[in-house]
Design a protein around this ligand. Structure first.
Ligand code: TYD
Ligand code: MG
Length: 444
């Protein structure tokens, strides 16, 4: 017999606590604990998937990815979707999850099942018209009850299933309300079983909500094979797709889309997009070639500095640049290059809000800040990359030749680079050992 008790479950990470508290001690989020009626997980006895066999008899190709037809998605997935895998697509409401998945089903040959547990069938049909996704073998089911969904999968035997969203699907056998951790996890577990048994890929939509009112995608991280995050600013057309977990490939690739009138369009040449609106001759702008996954990307880093009001700590505000990293670089500039930033409020951002953790951005951030402080623009044909250490030294970063090649391709002529950088065709390299040398080389 399943026993029931009250527990307090974090809707952000799924950790269970015997007592309520304001903060989850597991993930540190505030106000995310909700009371749930805990039932022991239903014993799900799956039929054996396979008998033991010599390892050499295992077909290595059954888990090969199948291209989705959306190049930017395939890039992030390392080739495509794997049969029998479950992928969670997380993102804030309105970012374009339903659009992306409908486009995925439009591209895919064969029978596909789109379960809409959130919008009506009419709404989805309208979107499909807009996306050119109406085709005879794309089946639509407006349903929230999991048993009906699993029955439909068994009846229609689709080659791919999308469930939009996992938070609005519920299994009456589980008891808890829809959207609760117990429901979301329980339903996802059953869908994982179906994916494995039928060898069909399933994609789940998971809303990310700041309020934590719905169990978030992190609750499902351990249940699914792949977790994708779809990000971007609502009022900007650029959308970024990354994998935070991927059982079948790397997690460092970045997929880029633009939301347009007829759905999402892949952006194969992002450098041109990022530099498209650039104004040269403006103080506070530096150009940095980076490499995200396998793809070179040239982006603009901008800084703005204003006099800080007296007697309050100076502001350091960032977008796309790590705030702690900015604080560290400002300290290095202060101590190692004698640039007085104490009395300035400093704002730093990457254009398009692209979040890049790469240390190769350091030199560009420093140059943009000093350019802003001195109110002197950097040369228009100059790029810079390198990691900046606490001693003010400029260190080498990965993929220096590819960074340089991409900058040259886009028409830049000069680069301030770490001392050990190899020569690059079409680019005059200024090799520097310290941040002070870099500032001098940039004419600051
Ligand atoms: P949607 O896919 O519904 O987002 P989600 O499923 O993540 O909540 O996309 C919502 C937004 O995208 C909405 O504001 C309208 C916009 N959109 C376009 O700009 N072009 C399109 O072709 C489509 C279908 C949507
Ligand atoms: Mg949606």
């Amino acid at each position: 017999m399943a026993k029931s008790k009250i527990e307090h479950v974090c809707s952000a990470c799924g950790a269970s606590h015997p007592k309520w508290s304001g903060q989850c001690t597991s993930c540190g989020e505030w106000n995310t604990l909700v009371e749930e009626f805990a039932t022991d997980p239903l014993p799900v006895i799956a039929p054996a998937l396979s008998a033991p066999q010599p390892i050499g008899d295992v077909d290595p190709h059954t888990s090969a990815p199948v291209p989705t037809g959306l190049d930017e998605l395939d890039r992030v997935l390392g080739g495509g979707l794997v049969a029998g895998s479950v992928t969670l697509l997380g993102g804030e409401p309105g970012i374009g999850k339903s659009t992306l998945l409908l486009q995925l089903l439009a591209e895919r040959a064969g029978r596909a099942l789109y379960v809409t547990a959130e919008e009506s069938a009419q709404q989805v049909r309208q979107r499909a018209e807009r996306l050119g996704a109406v085709r005879p073998e794309l089946l639509l089911q407006a349903e929230t009850a999991l048993p009906h969904i699993t029955a439909a999968v068994a009846d229609t035997a689709p080659g791919i299933v999308v469930v939009d969203s996992i938070q609005t699907v519920h299994d009456p056998a589980l008891g808890s309300p829809p959207g609760s951790v117990v429901q979301v996890r329980g339903c996802a577990q059953q869908l994982v079983q179906i994916a494995k048994q039928r060898n069909v890929p399933i994609v789940l939509v998971g809303h990310v909500t700041k309020e934590g009112s719905l169990a978030g995608p992190r609750v499902l991280e351990h249940v699914v094979d792949t977790v994708l995050a779809f990000e971007g600013e609502r009022h900007h057309a650029l959308r970024l797709l990354r994998a935070s977990k991927h059982r079948f490939g790397p997690t460092n690739e970045l997929g880029l889309f633009e939301m347009a009138g007829h759905g999402l369009i892949g952006v194969p040449d992002p450098s041109e997009l990022f530099l498209g609106d650039r104004r040269t001759g403006v103080p506070g702008s530096a150009i940095v070639p980076t490499v995200e996954g396998q793809r070179p990307l040239v982006i603009e880093v901008q800084a703005l500095t204003t006099p800080a009001p007296p007697n309050v700590p100076a502001r350091r505000t960032t977008q796309g640049v790590d705030t702690n990293r900015l604080a560290l670089l400002l300290a290095v500039l202060q101590q190692r290059a004698r640039v007085d930033v104490r009395a300035h409020d400093v704002y730093a951002s990457t254009v398009g809000g692209v979040r890049l953790a790469a240390p190769g951005l350091d030199l560009g951030v420093c140059l943009s800040v000093v350019s802003a402080v001195n109110d002197r623009p950097l040369p228009a044909d100059l790029v810079a990359f390198g990691e900046v250490g606490l001693g003010g030294e400029v260190r080498q970063v990965a993929h220096a030749p590819r960074r340089a090649a991409e900058a040259a391709r886009l028409g830049f002529r000069r680069a301030i680079v770490p001392r050990s950088s190899p020569d690059a065709d079409g680019l005059h390299l200024v090799r520097v050992a310290t941040i002070a040398e870099a500032l001098a080389a940039a004419g600051l």
